[in-house]
Design a binder for this molecule. Sequence first.
Ligand code: ADP
Ligand code: MG
Length: 201
Amino acid sequence: MAHPKTERTLVIVKPDGIQRALIGEIIKRYERTGLKLVAIKMIIPTEEMIEEHYLLDPDWKKAVGEKAIASYVKKGEKPPSSDPIEVADSVVVSLKKYMSSGPVIAMVWEGGHAVESVRKITGSTEPRSANVGTIRGDFVLDSYQMADNDTRAIRNLIHASGSVSEAEKEIPHWFKPNEIMKYRVPHEATLYNADMRDILG
Ligand code: ADP
Ligand code: MG
């Protein structure tokens, strides 16, 4: 197995993140953990790119539908449908509109347990229930209920790969191999080296 310090994950600042002028804040949150930015670009995605992106993982549709239904049930509210695939189909339509509505910033972050670390800092899908201290918990307040009432995607500022296998499929969807940089930064020695000799010269 590869060392966890070489793990990579895809992050996208969604159109609402750009509109809210949160690009710097979002990058800062990941950068200050020690994760390394190895690729970045601003683009206006097409609807096809977004549909392909979300359907890269064949299990995503069922999971996204089940997650939405469970959230309604937990709050004692009625979900818009009890069929997870039906819920997911309408989420895909909304996501295509949302994610292609303006520029986004796609990034690849590399470092220790990158996928898990980035998800932890990002917070859970629904900002209403995302923890304080996470990006989604601190900077936005959308909910399943508000999004579904208006037949739109939940506005939660960021996409972050949900698992290592998802990241491995998503990164090549957004970046060519030569757009991903290989380089060192000095603090990697402090984060990862087996011992911290040479501090005192
Ligand atoms: P995450 O982005 O946290 O990995 P998912 O992969 O489950 O979340 O869903 C992808 C995106 O689809 C979410 O970030 C959100 O913008 C949107 N979304 C998910 N579920 C719903 C829903 N039930 N209604 C509206 N939008 C949704
Ligand atoms: Mg996801």
